[in-house]
Structures are given as structure tokens and as C-alpha cells.
Design a protein around this ligand. Structure first.
Ligand code: ZN
Length: 238
């Protein structure tokens, strides 16, 4: 399985503390905990030509992980179109935290993806679909002592599944782990992962992202669905 971790890599240039929390920066840290005998992981950032998301790279990618925040607008529209085409063709997509406002997630949802927001809260995540593959081995509930509150209403397309639901110490609730399919591609959004907090160090969070990669991995990718073919009856044997 080939996984590509994409990070805009902008906060890291302004806040050295992030490298202390996440050695290798967000993309390097996530890639390191995902890497295994079965999972080949590479990384790409906004600094790479074409954001590191060329046709060749995407055609080889089974699952793309997306972390972005302050530079969504710097991702060129043609790159977003290319990623969109590959999701429809079967590539899995996992959108983390502030990636909710990325161009690609908004395009796939067809909504504003807006939400309520406050920094430095205590979050309790509840696993509400314990039999879902993304919840395998994940605790029924776990706490992130310092995480950013994302609250409802979360303006997303109606999810196929809500696997995780979060509660914050301001009383807010949030659909923190949701799935969709678009075309032949599976999509998972997961809310924890603010750049200066420690969510990605949490064993349950790591388990969820590993499970999501497995879940989103396509059986078949690069499926052409843009131009449906008319099939004359004489060409069909029956
Ligand atoms: Zn954040």
C-alpha cells in the first residue's frame, strides 16, 4: 500500500515548537508512525513543485492524507482538480483537523465546511461505531487534555457514517470522525491534530489514522469515470 502524507508545512516555518512536539514536522511525524512492512509512506508539501501532487505521484498513491491550515489558498486550483479526479477514480483521502477548510475537502463536500472554534480545551472522544474498521482496537472513549475545540454546526454533506463523536469542556459536541464516498473514493475526516498540541502522539489517534488508511485503500484505483460510455446494444452479448 502506498500512502502519501501531504502537509502545507507553513506553521513549522514560524513556530519552532512544532518540531519539538513533532520531530520531522507534521508530515514527517505522521509518516513515521504509519510506516510498516505493508505500508510504504512518502511525504509532500506546498514547497514541492506542483505541491508534490503530480499526475505520476497521484496515479501511484492509494491513500492521500491532508493537513493544511493557513495556506489553503496557495494550493493551485489545477492541483485540487487533479486530486479530485483521483479521489473519484478510487484514491482514498484522509483529511485531518484544519484540513476541513482545504479546497479539496470543500469541493468534495459541496458545502462551506464551517464550524465553531476555540483554542485550548479538553476533548473527550467517543467511539460510537465500535464495530467499524476505523474503530478497531480504539478505546470506547479517550481524552485529549489540550486540543482545539471544533463545534457544531459543522457544515458538511451528510456523512455516510459518524464513527467518532467528541465532547469539549465548554459543553460543545462535534462529529469528529466521519466517512463519505465520492465516485470510487473513500473519504475520512478526523478532527484532532492542532499543530501545537500533542494529539498525533496519542495511541488512539495513531490507531485511528492507521485504521483509516487501511479502510480507505482502494481495491482498484485510477478508474475513469469522467466520460461515461454509451454502449450500443449490438456490442453486448447476452
Ligand atoms: Zn488547529
Amino acid at each position: 500500500m502506498k500512502v502519501l502524507v501531504w502537509n502545507e508545512n507553513e506553521h513549522e516555518k514560524q513556530e519552532p515548537i512544532i518540531e519539538e512536539i513533532y520531530p520531522g514536522r507534521l508530515h514527517g511525524y505522521i509518516a513515521n508512525f504509519l510506516r510498516s512492512d505493508d505500508v510504504e509512506v512518502s511525504t509532500a508539501t506546498l514547497d514541492d513543485p506542483e505541491c508534490g501532487l503530480t499526475e505520476e505521484v497521484l496515479a501511484e498513491t492509494d491513500v492521500l492524507i491532508w493537513w493544511g491550515h493557513i495556506a489553503h489558498k496557495n494550493v493551485p486550483d489545477e492541483v485540487v482538480e487533479r486530486v479530485h479526479k483521483h479521489v473519484l477514480g478510487g484514491m482514498g483521502l484522509i483529511v485531518l483537523h484544519s484540513g476541513h477548510f482545504s479546497k479539496i475537502f470543500k469541493k468534495l463536500m459541496g458545502t462551506t465546511c464551517s464550524l465553531k472554534w476555540r483554542d485550548h480545551t479538553r476533548e473527550r472522544v467517543w467511539t460510537i461505531m465500535p464495530n467499524h474498521p476505523i474503530a478497531e482496537g480504539v478505546d470506547e472513549t479517550f481524552v485529549l487534555e489540550d486540543e482545539e475545540m471544533y463545534g457544531e454546526p459543522f457544515d458538511i454533506a451528510k456523512p455516510d457514517e459518524v464513527i467518532f463523536l467528541s465532547w469539549f469542556n465548554g459543553g460543545e459536541v462535534f462529529r469528529s470522525g466521519c466517512t463519505w464516498t465520492r465516485g470510487h473514493g473513500k473519504i475520512f475526516y478526523f478532527q484532532p491534530g492542532h499543530e501545537t498540541n500533542t494529539a498525533f502522539q496519542n495511541a488512539n489517534v495513531q490507531r485511528i489514522i492507521k485504521n483509516a488508511v487501511k479502510w480507505a485503500c482502494p481495491v482498484r484505483k485510477n478508474i475513469e469515470i469522467i466520460c461515461p460510455k454509451f454502449m450500443p446494444l449490438e456490442n453486448v452479448e447476452g
